[in-house]
Design a protein around this ligand. Structure first.
Ligand code: CMP
Length: 138
């Protein structure tokens, strides 16, 4: 019997790249059995940040978040696998690294609610929207 496969847009954020954690984070996803369908090192510009974080642009935390997300290269990935959206969200942990459970990427490696290493689509609808923004040819 085949498993349902879905896709998620994952960003390994500029703090992770700066801290040399790209390999460790990719290794966790690969170890889990997820498939990297696309992987690009890119620097987000302001307009992509506004589009990607459309639901947050009016929030007080958005200006420093935008500065952070455009501050250097990040790795943009398409990950695929059975229930990948839910599986990756569980692997990265709660938004605030100070509160994320041990064993999760943020719980083990982050101590901030802004510089929290990884973004991952939170629903099939956001995955579709985010994949179209980042990887229009896929
Ligand atoms: P992410 O999963 O990329 O989705 C929105 C991002 O906004 C989140 O990860 C954090 O980087 C950031 N964020 C969310 N809430 C806060 C907050 N209260 N203060 C600062 N940054 C936040």
């Amino acid at each position: 019997m085949s498993s349902p496969t879905e896709r998620s847009l994952v960003l390994i954020k500029p703090d992770a790249v700066r801290r040399g954690l790209l390999g460790e984070i990719l290794s966790r996803f690969e170890g889990k059995g997820l498939v990297i369908e696309a992987l690009e090192l890119r620097t987000m510009d302001g307009s992509l940040a506004d589009a990607h974080y459309a639901e947050h642009v009016d929030k007080a935390f958005y200006p420093p978040l935008k500065d952070f997300m455009t501050s250097g290269p990040l790795a943009a990935l398409i990950l695929s696998g059975d229930s990948v959206i839910e599986v990756v969200r569980a692997m990265i942990g709660a938004t605030d690294g100070r509160k994320a459970a041990a064993g999760t990427i943020r719980g083990d490696l982050a101590l901030s609610n802004r510089e929290n290493l990884v973004h991952a689509s939170d629903s099939p609808e956001s995955a579709e929207r985010e994949l179209a923004l980042w990887f229009p040819k896929f």
